[in-house]
Design a protein around this ligand. Structure first.
Ligand SMILES: [Zn+2]
Ligand SMILES: [Zn+2]
Ligand SMILES: [Zn+2]
Length: 331
């Protein structure tokens, strides 16, 4: 059973997914290395070791849950949310809860156990993005789903329990706070300036270049002016579009190529770090035409400490203009 619970003082939701760690020992300090040569449920031939596939890009004539796939999507064996938990709100004094309704999928991005996402060729990254689009379109049809969060954990410190390259999707019954803040900010900026704040940001990044990492006609990668984390990099298409699922194939291809460049540069500069990257896109049922989808890449170089936990204000020890310089050199 999973549950959303709201801190009624600051209106912040958390997910209580108790199955994921039951004993204190499950929460003890983990090793930073993956065991070598163990069984991998994401390998070709082991398809029955995962929950049944819900989507795959596979060779014609091959059957679900058999070899012949390039990208394969299955439900997470340890889901943070479940469609069995209905999104009903219960109130008990100051304790506000809601059933942990939602879907948690794993997208196995390739068949080669050894190959990292950063080492994918441009076509392989495009296949992953096309899969993301297809799953977003699928979940948007469910009126109970308000937001579809796609994210990637890479490496142990990035939260990836399995080494085999994969991304994840959580379809959930409300728009998470950070995305809501971004949409509200974009809408407020539009109301004042009649322009998209992300489009304006890309213009400024390309003009003065200090934060610029890589760009072409379709996409700009840069370390944002107010980066929270060392080497945080945003990858944003130049064409204004609120929803990722509406992007055309050329935009997806070039965004993927640029993301690959950024990740390979991070690998060179930071010696193959763990990282997360996340897709921020328009919500499923609401949102704003003045939002602009983007990918945020965050290498894991530090851990959150006391001041950050106390204040939600992050101390970043690497100036983004310097990080951008290193990343340009690493290209
Ligand atoms: Zn594997
Ligand atoms: Zn825009
Ligand atoms: Zn964002």
């Amino acid at each position: 059973m999973t549950e959303f619970r709201k801190d009624t003082i600051i209106n912040r939701w958390v997910i209580i997914a108790a199955e994921r760690a039951r004993r204190p020992s499950d929460l003890a300090e983990q090793t930073t290395e993956y065991a070598k040569g163990g069984f991998c449920p994401f390998d070709v031939g082991n398809e029955t070791a995962t929950p049944p596939e819900v989507f795959a890009m596979r060779n014609q004539g091959t059957l679900p849950d058999t070899p012949g796939w390039q990208v394969r999507v299955v439900n997470n064996l340890y889901p943070a949310l479940s469609v069995k938990d209905k999104p009903l709100i219960t109130n008990c004094g100051l304790y506000l809860s809601m059933g942990g309704y939602g879907t948690h999928e794993v997208m196995i991005e390739g068949t080669d156990h050894e190959k990292q996402f950063a080492d994918f060729d441009d076509q392989a990254i495009l296949r992953v993005f096309l899969t993301w689009q297809e799953r977003i379109r699928f979940h948007k049809k469910n009126s109970a789903v308000c937001y579809i969060q796609i994210f990637k954990n890479h490496g142990k410190r990035g939260g990836a329990s399995l080494e085999h390259t994969h991304s994840q999707l959580v379809a959930m019954p409300f728009v998470p706070g950070l995305v809501e803040q971004e949409i509200r900010g974009a809408q407020d900026y539009f109301n004042t300036n009649n322009r998209c704040v992300y489009c304006d940001l890309l213009k400024q990044v390309r003009e003065n270049k200090v934060y610029l990492v890589a760009h072409d006609s379709h996409v700009v990668s840069f370390c944002p002016h107010a980066s929270r984390y060392p080497f945080e990099t945003w990858v944003i298409p130049t064409q204004h579009q609120a929803g990722f699922e509406d992007a055309d194939q050329e935009t997806l291809f070039k965004t993927g190529r640029n993301l690959g460049l950024v990740l390979r540069s991070l690998n060179r500069v930071l010696n193959r770090p763990s990282y997360n990257f996340v897709l921020h896109t328009n919500p499923a049922q609401s949102g704003s035409a003045n939002y602009h989808w983007h990918i945020e890449v965050i290498p894991i170089t530090t851990s959150i400490a006391g001041f950050e936990r106390a204040t939600d204000c992050i101390i970043n020890t690497m100036a983004p203009e310097k990080a951008a310089e290193f990343l340009r050199e690493g290209l």
